[in-house]
Design a protein around this ligand. Structure first.
Ligand code: APR
Length: 237
């Protein structure tokens, strides 16, 4: 059996990383137009760097939680049964990987990588970035940016995501509000492909009506319970 899982900020919430659109969420405290667009970076790179430096430090201080670990277990168990877990995340943190998952499709990029605008080289990057930071590949300063996908930029891995959906028997969304496309459209794509669809979230998302089934509650409880059910039963919920 192949399962396609899409995750959002909610799966990392109990690891202490904030979500975006809930009360007190990141976008209620910071203006994404001033911090998460190419135009914002061109206008004031240092302000954008300061915002991502704080987020990068938060990711480094966070630890994967039971939900991340449960998905990693599911990935290994499915592989052992000749199946696959396609794991796609909107999150830029590395908690899926630190929780034991592999081949994670980061469709919004990764905050622990930096990319040079001058030579396009991408580099693992855990430290603070500034306008003065020289590119480790070409040596030029002024062009290093967080290797994340900003609003108005094209998400990554879209071909691999489409291929994964087409090869899957079930689509599950975990911890996402369903507010941002193209990710929010994956459930409709899955339904057109004839897949059963399941939502796991703290509360119903903007696309809740598109899912055949759902389980609501904190991901550290609902995700391990769902994985147990999948691994114990002949068919996932
Ligand atoms: N367990 C499960 N779900 C949770 C938890 C939790 N402990 N805490 C919050 N949630 C749910 C919320 O109910 C909400 O529906 O996680 C969801 C988070 O929604 P958003 O903050 O909108 O985050 P996300 O859906 O990942 O945003 C998508 O928007 O700004 C862009 O690039 C950014 O990747 C992000 C994208």
């Amino acid at each position: 059996m192949n399962i396609f899982v899409l995750t959002g900020a909610g799966i990392s919430a109990e690891s202490g990383l904030g979500t975006f659109r809930e009360r007190g969420g990141l976008w209620s405290r910071f203006d994404p137009a001033r911090l998460a667009t190419p135009e914002a970076f061109a206008a004031d790179a240092e302000e954008v760097h300061a915002f991502y430096n704080l987020r990068r430090q938060g990711v480094r201080a966070a630890a994967p939680n039971a939900a991340h670990r449960a998905l990693a277990r599911l990935q290994k168990e499915l592989a052992g049964r000749g199946g696959r877990l396609f794991l796609c995340t909107q999150n830029v943190d590395d908690l899926h990987e630190r929780g034991g998952a592999a081949a994670v499709m980061h469709m919004h990029g990764e905050i622990l990588r930096a990319r040079c605008l001058a030579c396009t080289a991408a580099t693992p990057w855990a430290e603070d970035l500034s306008v003065a930071t020289p590119c480790p590949s070409c040596g030029r300063a002024g062009g290093m940016r967080p290797d994340v996908v900003w609003f108005g930029e094209v998400p990554l891995h879209l071909d691999a995501i489409e291929a994964g959906l087409a090869e899957s028997d079930l689509f599950v969304a975990i911890g996402t509000s369903g507010a941002v496309y193209p990710a929010a459209g994956f459930v409709a794509r899955a339904r057109r492909l004839g897949l059963p669809t399941h939502e796991i979230n703290l509360d119903p998302s903007d696309t809740a009506d598109a899912f055949h089934t759902a389980a609501y509650g904190p991901a550290t409880e609902t995700v391990p319970a769902w994985v147990e059910g999948v691994l114990a039963g002949p068919r996932p919920r």
